[in-house]
Design a protein around this ligand. Structure first.
Ligand code: GLV
Length: 379
């Protein structure tokens, strides 16, 4: 294989290895993808200041994320269907994060269950929760996360109703999934993926399977899920989750300063500034342009995490400079996973680590703790 230098190389490799419907589920956004593009364009538009003759021989990327030590200011984002990108993908991701020394967040919509990952992992991981119509089910997921000793609960706020992703409709990755002729041919061209993923622990939503009658079928479960997103979700539900979960609580999907102010007074430990990777409200502002506003509104009362288009160490540096304590990576993680399983995820993390380290040095910065808007050109 050609030299892998960047996340873009891992993306190319992922595209060749896995069925198109699955690759495009990760790669695309909602509607016209204006927000997806803005996430990237606005990060690219930020300039960094080149500084010279500052002794940067001794550098450190070590930090803490919601109080947990991390070897760099990055965590693996919760992503749906991860176990379809690679056999037992959630377990591979958790083990890669463990080896690298950063947090891993498991999605409610994962293929491997909380218990599957708990059994394989030796360190606590984060669990991402969707509060669905069936509140009893949400409460049971919180109990399962407690039993698995998850170290943080990440409550997603921005998917109370689903934005439409055209690629998923066209590819038959719908509710229920459609096995089109094109899909079948595409899968047939990737026998390595099919043989491997189909031999994995599970092939359906692991956290939901036992709850739903007929839950061993991806189709039945997908139908159940579609009816379960709850547009009535409100801040009262956040209070309810807070009352059930005594550990670290991270609210994901805060993009607006008004919401950040409310979040700061509801007992959460952190927020993730996020537009769901451009997968929900198309037309929402880019995550990076929202970040400084959320930081201001939170007024030091919340730890600020960031996601939305982070594909390099330079992107991480820019987010830190604008006030984030750390970044979550979704797409970069899935490209690495699809390209090479646990090794591919480690490769993705190492690429980002090296880019962040070199960019810090070239901006005259020794420690991630020292990064602020002085590294930005014309802040
Ligand atoms: C799920 O959270 C998704 O964005 O597909």
């Amino acid at each position: 294989m050609a030299e892998v230098c960047s996340i873009a190389d891992l993306r190319d490799s992922a595209r060749r290895r896995i069925p198109r419907a699955i690759f495009e589920y990760a790669d695309h956004g909602s509607y016209n993808e204006a927000t997806l593009r803005a996430n990237r364009a606005d990060l690219d538009a930020i300039g960094l200041r080149q500084r010279v003759l500052i002794d940067v021989s001794d550098r450190t990327l070590a930090t803490t994320l919601v109080g947990e030590a991390a070897t760099m200011p990055v965590a693996i984002a919760p992503t749906g269907l991860t176990g379809l990108f690679h056999r037992d993908g959630e377990i591979e991701g958790a083990l890669a994060a463990e080896e690298f020394g950063i947090p891993f967040c498991l999605s409610t919509m994962s293929i491997c269950s909380i218990e599957d990952v708990r059994a394989a992992a030796s360190k606590p991981f984060w669990f991402q929760l969707y509060v669905m119509r069936d509140r009893g089910f949400a409460a049971s997921l919180i109990e399962r996360a407690k039993a698995a000793e998850c170290s943080a609960l990440v409550l997603t706020l921005d998917l109370q109703i689903q934005g439409q992703r055209h690629r998923d409709l066209k590819n038959g990755l719908t509710v229920p999934p459609k096995l089109t002729l094109a899909n079948a041919l595409d899968i047939a061209r990737r026998p390595g993926w099919a043989l491997s993923v189909l031999r994995g622990k599970r092939r359906t939503f692991g956290n939901l399977a036992e709850r739903v009658p007929g839950g061993d079928s991806l189709t039945t479960l997908s139908q159940w899920i579609a009816g379960q997103f709850d547009p009535s979700l409100s801040w009262k539900d956040v209070d309810w989750v807070r009352s059930l979960w005594p550990g670290k609580l991270i609210l994901k999907g805060v993009l607006d300063e008004e919401d950040a102010k409310i979040a700061a007074s509801c007992g959460a430990d952190a927020v993730v500034v996020s537009n769901h990777g451009g997968r929900q409200l198309d037309g929402a502002r880019s995550s990076i342009s929202a970040l400084p506003r959320v930081v201001d509104a939170a007024g030091g009362r919340l730890e600020i995490l960031f996601d939305g288009g982070v594909l390099s160490g330079q992107d991480v540096l820019k987010a830190l400079a604008l006030g984030a304590k750390g970044c979550l990576i979704g797409k970069a993680f899935l490209y690495g996973l699809a390209a090479g399983g646990r090794g591919g995820v480690l490769q993705a993390l190492d690429i980002i680590r090296r880019e962040l380290d070199v960019s810090m040095a070239l901006t005259g910065t020794r420690s991630v703790q020292d990064v602020d808007n002085r590294v930005i050109a014309h802040p």
